[in-house]
Design a protein around this ligand. Structure first.
Ligand SMILES: *[C@@H]1O[C@H](CO)[C@@H](O)[C@H](O)[C@H]1NC(C)=O
Ligand SMILES: *[C@@H]1O[C@H](CO)[C@@H](O)[C@H](O)[C@H]1NC(C)=O
Ligand SMILES: *[C@@H]1O[C@H](CO)[C@@H](O)[C@H](O)[C@H]1NC(C)=O
Ligand SMILES: *[C@@H]1O[C@H](CO)[C@@H](O)[C@H](O)[C@H]1NC(C)=O
Ligand SMILES: *[C@@H]1O[C@H](CO)[C@@H](O)[C@H](O)[C@H]1NC(C)=O
Ligand SMILES: [Ca+2]
Length: 572
């Protein structure tokens, strides 16, 4: 039947959304393509295809292509993007596209490189930020992949949690925008590249991005062939009350138990380093065994009166810190969330100090009163001082009933036979306690038995949340995972691991691809740390490298040779 494509004998024009039919029946795609080639006479070239009109030709009810532009300058930025204002640069020639699912209220961006290697990289978001994450999509295009990111259905900047004003906007952030963007994006990508199928689909995300990746695999085990999951904020319904409860430990502001000076965190971090560095067998400014530190550390050594007075800790502050290191268990004995780990102290400011004292959306310790106010619907007058354990029950009920942001399915089902996961976490993470990442891994093992065949977990000693390391630690941390390339020069043009370490030994995404596509199992990834060679932090030299080992193995120095050289370490 010329001019009409059908599914199971029903013409597409009678489906409400033909996208659903297309996704289910590949033959329909071929049929539509043949109609298009009839329309156009021949398949058009890149310059013709990278236009709003051409791409709109593939689309359906409630969808509009907002932007399609050939990028040859290597540079792309989207004005008005509050969550991810940074440009991506160093890009190969590509088509930058923005698609809007107007009906559902979310948008997504794609980089479609001129020279495409038939792979897709979906990148995740951070925190509650709204916007298309162009910066993290940039490296994807450098790898030769089509890359995609969703704005999660809203536009918002750091610390802003005022946007969850309706159920649908919450569900978009929880999973719907990501899921819908991937399904539609996959279809558009194949259409754009003349129906060449996507050979492999990958995911890379950290923090909220880690949660999004796990959530998507749990909802749809066929969606990715490989996922690189960093420090996942997977347990939303328990994580957010944990953050609020953390704030309450420091209230009222004037109380002697309040720890409100960055120098106090640094003093504690230095003391932890002094007492615990050697417990892992090597004195290298890196705490590789925080669990040994937990058993050994004596915090009273920095108590005022027993030590020099600069940034000494009062007994009341010491008790606050001890609660922060401990698991959050309610008064009724209900486990809520793992505690912060020893060596995470340099990042404690994130929940305890305002990022910007003048920012009304980032009130000191108010970050998560906003979660209760908006996400949980307690309303604008709810105050953090009203926090009690019942918020936990409530948070669980509301998430399970409607929003479903939490990614807490531990049986990953069919994904085991299809895809691979590399998950990682920094042992010095002060945002999402690394033990809670370990907990996800452990529960998966409990649910599925040994998962080494498809799911491997790597702990990175000395790394904070997703990237970075304290100046007095300088642990090897770069593994080419989400957001990392942008932390070191050339910043917005960052890609993989600098100085030529863009190979599957040093880059976790390339390692994952090698595992998925060639069956080369990933047992270790060599992490790198660099020194800046100039005051403006534009140039690098390699400082040290070390293998990061598949959990529960750890790296052990062989006892000779430079400790800065990865070849003198092995995983045991
Ligand atoms: C728009 O988004 C909604 C929710 O994700 C989805 O059901 C619908 O299929 C999307 N439309 C298209 C054409 O992708
Ligand atoms: C605990 O907090 C909830 C929500 O703010 C409030 O409704 C309840 O009265 C509080 N319970 C106690 C015992 O303070
Ligand atoms: C995870 O399992 C390991 C090995 O069984 C155990 O040592 C560790 O304490 C567990 N951690 C958590 C957070 O469950
Ligand atoms: C690594 O980077 C070099 C230089 O940019 C490039 O030629 C090479 O193809 C890259 N390798 C991979 C695996 O991306
Ligand atoms: C890098 O910095 C560390 C200390 O921060 C220093 O010990 C090391 O020698 C430096 N290495 C290079 C190659 O500059
Ligand atoms: Ca050490």
């Amino acid at each position: 039947m010329k001019g009409e494509c059908s599914v199971a004998g029903i013409p597409l024009s009678s489906y409400h959304s033909i996208q659903m039919a297309i996704l289910k029946v590949p033959a329909v795609l071929a049929c539509i393509a043949s109609l298009l080639s009839l329309t156009h006479g021949k398949l058009p070239g890149q310059a013709v295809k990278c236009t709003v009109d051409y791409l709109n030709g593939f689309l359906f009810d409630g969808i509009s292509v907002e932007h399609a532009d050939g990028v040859t300058s290597g540079y792309f930025a989207e004005s008005g993007n509050l969550g991810y204002p940074s440009a991506a640069s160093g890009l190969p020639p590509l088509c930058a596209v923005i698609v809007n699912n107007v009906t559902a209220g979310y948008r997504f961006g794609m980089f479609l490189p001129e020279t495409w290697n038939s792979r897709l990289l979906v990148v995740g978001s951070y925190s509650f930020l709204g916007g298309i994450n162009w910066l993290d999509m940039g490296p994807g295009a450098r790898y030769g992949m089509a890359s995609l990111s969703t704005d999660t259905g809203h536009n918002s900047g750091q610390g802003d949690l005022t946007w969850p004003t309706s159920e649908s906007v919450k569900v978009n952030w929880a999973y719907q925008a990501m899921e819908g963007s991937i399904h539609l994006g996959k279809m558009l990508i194949e259409a754009y590249y003349d129906n060449k199928p996507i050979a492999y689909s990958y995911y890379s995300g950290c923090s909220t991005g880690g949660r999004q990746g796990l959530k998507q695999i749990q909802r749809d085990p066929d969606i990715f062939d490989g996922a690189l999951i960093g420090a996942p904020a997977w347990d939303t319904k328990n994580l957010m009350p944990w953050v609020s409860r953390l704030a309450t430990l420091h209230l009222p502001e004037s109380s002697p138990r309040s720890i409100n000076d960055y120098n106090l965190y640094l003093r504690l971090q230095q003391e932890v380093l002094a007492q615990c560095d050697s417990l892992d067998g090597v004195k290298d400014n890196i705490i590789s065994a925080p669990s040994a530190c937990r058993d050994h550390f004596d915090i009273t050594k920095i108590r005022c009166g027993t030590t020099d007075q600069a940034y000494c800790w009062t007994q009341a502050q010491i008790e606050t810190a001890q609660k922060m290191y401990s698991d959050y268990v309610t008064d009724d004995g209900e486990f809520v969330y793992k505690g912060l780990d020893y060596s995470s102290e340099a990042e404690w400011a994130v929940y305890l100090l305002p990022a910007n004292p003048k920012d009304a959306n980032n009130v000191r310790r108010g970050f998560d009163a906003q979660y209760e106010r908006t996400f949980m619907g307690y309303g604008p007058s709810w105050q953090i001082t009203s926090y009690n354990d019942t918020v936990v029950d409530d948070s669980r009920i509301r998430d399970e009933r409607s929003v479903h942001a939490t990614a807490d399915h531990y049986d990953l089902g069919r994904f085991r036979n299809r895809g691979k996961i590399i998950m990682y976490g920094g042992l010095a993470d002060g945002y999402v306690p690394v033990q809670h990442t370990t907990l996800y891994y452990n529960r998966t093992v409990e649910a599925m038995g040994n998962v080494d065949d498809f799911f491997r977990y790597f702990q990175i000693p000395g790394m904070g949340h997703c990237w970075g390391t304290a100046d007095n630690v300088k642990a090897p941390w770069m593994i080419g995972s989400a957001g990392q390339a942008a932390q070191r020069p050339p910043y917005t043009a960052g890609f993989s691991v600098p100085l030529g370490y863009n190979d599957s030994r040093h880059d976790a995404l390339l390692a994952l691809m090698d595992w998925v596509e060639n069956g080369n199992e990933v047992s270790q990834i060599v992490a790198s740390e660099f020194n800046f060679t100039d005051a403006t932090r534009q140039s690098l030299v390699l400082y040290r490298q070390r293998p990061i080992c598949m959990f529960p193995r750890t790296a052990e120095w062989v006892g000779r040779g430079s400790q800065d050289d990865a070849s003198n370490w092995r995983c045991t």
